[in-house]
Design a binder for this molecule. Structure first.
Ligand code: SF4
Length: 71
């Protein structure tokens, strides 16, 4: 699983940080830091973060072997 945030799009709304605090954090008012290769068990909360981002800046890429039975 790979996470990419388009930091040009990101407006530091921090919605992702609330949705997936282990994977996203704001350092200061504008700098978003995130885990680009989170463990598979965080997928659900990262999907929440993707949904929560008002500007859709978060991209989630799931490897085929992680995608489950209907991947
Ligand atoms: S929710 Fe979106 S805009 Fe807000 S900090 Fe996260 S990536 Fe940036």
């Amino acid at each position: 699983m790979r996470v990419v945030v388009d930091l040009n799009r990101c407006q530091a709304y921090a919605q992702c940080c609330f949705a997936a605090p282990e994977s996203f954090a704001l350092h200061g008012p504008e700098v978003l830091v995130y885990d680009a290769a989170p463990p598979p068990e965080r997928r659900r909360e990262i999907e929440r973060a993707v949904q929560a981002c008002p500007v859709r800046a978060i991209l989630l890429e799931v490897e085929p072997e992680e995608a489950g039975s209907h991947g």
